[in-house]
Design a protein around this ligand. Sequence first.
Ligand code: PEP
Ligand code: MG
Length: 564
Amino acid sequence: MSGSTLRGVAAAPGVAIAPPWRAPEPVARAAGTLVHGLAESSKRAAVELNGLSARLQAVGRNEEAEIFEAQAMMASDPELLDVAAVLEAEGTPADSAILAAGDQAADVLAAIDDELLAARAADVRDVAARIARIMRGEEPPSLDRRSIAVAVDLPPSVTAELDPALLAGIALEAGSRTAHAAILARALEIPAVVGTAGLLAAVEGATQIAVDGERGEVFVEPDAAQRADIDGRAAADAERRAADAAMHDRPLATANGQRIMIAANIGGPDESARAIEAGAEGVGLFRTEFMFMGRATAPDEATQTAAYASVLSAFGERPVVIRLIDLGGDKGLPYLPLPPEENPFLGVRALRLADAGHTDLIVTQLRAILAAGERTGRVPWIMAPMVADLADVHRLHELVGMASAGRELSVRPSVGIMVEIPSVALIADLVAPEVDFFSIGTNDLTQYLLAADRTNPALADRQDPMHPAVLRTIRQVVEGGHAHGIPVAVCGEMAGDPSGAMALAGLGIDELSMDAGAFGGVKRAVASATREQLADAVARAMAVERAGDARTIFDELRGAAPAT
Ligand code: PEP
Ligand code: MG
């Protein structure tokens, strides 16, 4: 096939052109001679995995490093190794035995209807394949020239193992934007397209392919005209990155100097340094639930206090918003027994856990936050997710009261809520006098307003917060908050999207909180227009037919070529 273009899902921005490199299948065929036994191979696998984790940690990629730390633990898991040993004793070749044990463990996890556990299933298979490879004395996969990796799916361990200087891009037949492979590609800044139907058949025998991770396109044997187009896109991409980087020391402000606070979303204390280096004026969202995942029991009060105090002292005078755990629903934990639910996003989640037999979990967290405030002398900003109405707000204050009972507090916390359920957005004016701040969670607000499950790729087009219904709802929240003198922030993904940030600036939002990697692009977009131009554009965007039309308004305002 010459000059063909395939469409997939845009997973990590950037453009690359290079020969394809067919990544090895995760589970290789049965081999002949085995050079290492099970025990030795599992030990070596753990060493390799810890090495990968350390490499990622050294470049500040702590979240991704944790994937491999967890895999290293799996490689020494006695349960996995026992099953393999039994199969081996029964006559199965050792490499097939560990692969079968990995499949068994993965099947158990995959059978549970839980996105996180399903991802763990892929990890177990990945670990078993690594042990089998070591048994066979095979080297880890490696590149000998600059290439675009092509596969059905690419286990994170393979991606991380490849030399980033040679891995120009990734194209996968399977996967979604939230798959591990996609998350890792974004973290390593490698252009990636996933979910590309017919990819492997199309690239068979090809000498050159190209990926555009912004538009979700894969070109097979691009012809001269396509190559010129791709080169143009690559040059524009490099220019964009350089222009974003040049904004480092500038504040977030409109063209006529109206300042908006810029803050970082973080998932743990180890992300503070990267956020501060990028110029974060605070933390707008500390997603604390990550600290509760991948462990056998909840972190105790002392462990939590240390984590919160670390972030509070790292940011000094700058505000740090600590969100109470957003667990339950689709984010289950082995130590958090909850009945199965038909609609987990509408279920017993987050603050609702306090009324479902888990009051202690929330009160312990609140005690730890208050203790961190006392220890550092900094005001902790406490934020509750999934607040639906005034009753929830009152319950939140009651829980804070329970946590502070019997304590002399020298530092009063600031107590606010996420506005992510439409009901609370509609009564923002009633709720504002009862809290210290609002932070709008546009990810959930969009899925609830538009009845479009945020995890369903078939509804990707419907999950756009630029929809006029979402913009109008945000306007109402800003009005409700400001009428009572409280600040209104946005901490959903919309804040880190250049067009989204422009719309939010036009709506009068006080603070935008996002992944620190998005700061440059957002500053540049907001600086391209005056406050009045942004307000005028958002007024027009609130009356269009679909979200894409609203995006075009902002693309045109900042002179960007709209994505085709
Ligand atoms: C949101 O819903 O917009 C949000 C920031 O929270 P999360 O993505 O963690 O649900
Ligand atoms: Mg949310």
